[in-house]
Design a protein around this ligand. Structure first.
Ligand SMILES: NC(=O)c1ccc[n+]([C@@H]2O[C@H](COP(=O)([O-])OP(=O)(O)OC[C@H]3O[C@@H](n4cnc5c(N)ncnc54)[C@H](O)[C@@H]3O)[C@@H](O)[C@H]2O)c1
Ligand SMILES: O=P(O)(O)OC[C@@H](O)[C@@H](O)[C@H](O)[C@H](O)CO
Length: 452
């Protein structure tokens, strides 16, 4: 087995990334490496906290294998855009990088929960870790910050102190208007820690909205073996992804950006129609399969999709969501057909448990918008009711417990669908027809489980 080694020096760092997970390495790092100006754009990437992945990547010359897994065969590529890697706890490296004048942008893939949002969508300043970060920043102790908003504010404070120029922050997490989400939590935290810094951020930082898509499951031991077989390389941290990829962006890059558009990224004035199409059909459909498929004993997306009961519920959900999408009907139909093809890829093992994580963050953005729009038209959306009931069943502990830091109040309320709705939206909780439909759906799910 050959070690992964660079033949030429890594590109100079002009971008920072936070959240050195699989998706970043299949998407933004791949786009940057494949762009025609790749030689001018290197990325310095930080893990959430642990040094493990950074240590392994450093030992591989910051290279990794991306396995592009089609329905019939694998292709491999070694993206070269990752120039430096650090543990998230390396605060000195973080601040040093933000001070470099040539840094033009920072991308984020930190999961929905990491933005530390409260019920109103802004910064949750009742969160003890957020409060600690505010205190650390006020005291001039940026080494002590731990949250994503806190780390961004610490980096921006270092940039301002060094006389650094404007920069773009690009959230690549599955959130509606992710620029607004990132911008709000950063501004609110900076405002509480240092109002002058907050004004500087207002003048110098552009938050860019994105819709990102490329199904990238967690790497399995079988994937590690496949990489060795395919390439003869020793790679301890390869990433497996699908051939499909999409990146739609809206916003300003005051200090420039790689030519991502030359390889298919689309710059638009309004991402909303695309964002709703992706979040409702793909991510909403994923959540449906995660809870409904989990309840029916399936473990992967492809298995759940092949189950006629889950598939019928999915098609109902898609019909309901499509009623409220503004893109042309033909485009929506083509996207639905493409999703069925992508999810049927038997060689991509996308585990339902991975998708089911953090449901308390995902359900409100993937399912509730369609539910609200349907109820405003007095339509009772059976697909949305099915996802909610399957999620409540999951909260009641019928499926394997899954990581979700925000689940506790929902799990405590799960005995009563009305109480779960009350935590999500008081207007929906007062909707008696909806509550009855949810009760009935939970009973039906129980019956199906009993019968199977
Ligand atoms: N995997 C996909 O198919 C996919 C597709 C589109 C978008 N995304 C987005 O990317 C995110 C990450 O997905 P992934 O597949 O890379 O997951 P992953 O588990 O491989 O990586 C998650 C990354 O987020 C980091 N992270 C988590 N909490 C953090 C925190 N509090 N502070 C800093 N970093 C934190 C982790 O350290 C890790 O680097 C998803 O939550 C989603 O929003 C994923
Ligand atoms: O990554 P998460 O946890 O936000 O959501 C799980 C999946 O729905 C998601 O990763 C999709 O596979 C992805 O959004 C496809 O582009």
């Amino acid at each position: 087995m050959k070690p992964l080694r660079r033949a030429t020096p890594a590109p100079p760092v002009r971008a920072i990334h936070l959240g050195l997970g699989n998706f970043f390495r299949a998407h933004q790092a791949w786009y940057t490496a494949a762009a025609p100006d790749a030689a001018r754009w290197g990325i310095a990437a930080f893990t959430g906290r642990s040094p493990a992945l950074a240590d392994i990547l450093r030992a591989q010359d910051t290279l990794y294998t991306l396995v592009v897994r089609g329905p019939d065969r694998d292709e491999t590529v070694v993206p070269e855009s990752l120039s430096e890697v650090y543990a998230g706890t390396d605060h000195d490296a973080w601040r040093r990088l933000w001070q470099r004048p040539e840094i033009a942008l920072a991308t984020l893939t930190v999961t929905e929960a990491a933005y530390r949002r409260g019920a109103d969508g802004g910064l949750d300043d009742t969160d003890a870790t957020v409060q600690d970060d505010i205190a650390a920043l006020r005291a001039g102790e940026p080494r002590d910050v731990r949250t994503v908003p806190g780390r961004l504010v610490a980096g921006l404070a270092a940039r301002r102190a060094a006389g650094g120029g404007p920069v773009a922050i690009v959230s690549c997490d599955n959130l509606p208007d992710n620029a607004d989400v990132a911008g709000r939590v950063v501004h609110e935290l900076a405002g509480l820690a240092d109002p002058a810094l907050d004004r500087w951020i207002g003048d110098n930082v552009s938050f860019v909205t994105t819709v990102v898509d490329r199904i990238t499951p967690a790497t399995s031991p079988a994937d590690l073996a496949a990489v060795t077989r395919l390439t003869g390389n020793a790679d301890a941290v390869p990433v497996v992804t699908e051939p499909y990829h999409e990146w739609i962006l809206s916003g300003h890059f005051p200090a420039g950006r790689p030519a991502w558009d030359a390889i298919g990224a689309r710059f638009v004035t309004d991402v909303l129609p695309h964002e709703q199409r992706k979040l409702w059909l793909l991510n909403g459909g994923h959540s449906l399969l995660a809870y409904s498929g989990g309840a029916h004993g399936h473990t992967t997306v492809a298995q759940a999709l092949a189950d006629p009961v889950c598939r019928r519920a999915l098609e109902r959900w898609w019909d309901e969501a499509a009623r409220h999408l503004t893109l042309p009907a033909a485009e929506i139909a083509a996207y639905r057909a493409a999703l069925v093809e992508r999810w049927s890829n038997p060689r991509i093992e996308h585990r339902l448990a991975q998708i089911a994580a953090d449901g308390s963050q995902k359900i409100p953005i993937r399912i509730l918008p369609v539910l609200r729009l349907s109820r405003a038209e007095e339509h009772l959306p059976a697909g949305a009711v099915h996802v909610l009931a399957a999620w409540i069943g999951h909260l009641r502990g019928r499926s394997t417990p899954i990581r979700d830091a925000g689940a506790a109040p929902f799990a405590a309320a799960a005995g009563s669908p009305r109480d779960v709705l009350a935590l999500l939206d008081s207007q929906l909780a007062a909707d008696r027809e909806l509550v009855t439909a949810l009760d009935n759906e939970l009973t039906a799910l129980d019956g199906e489980r009993g019968a199977s």
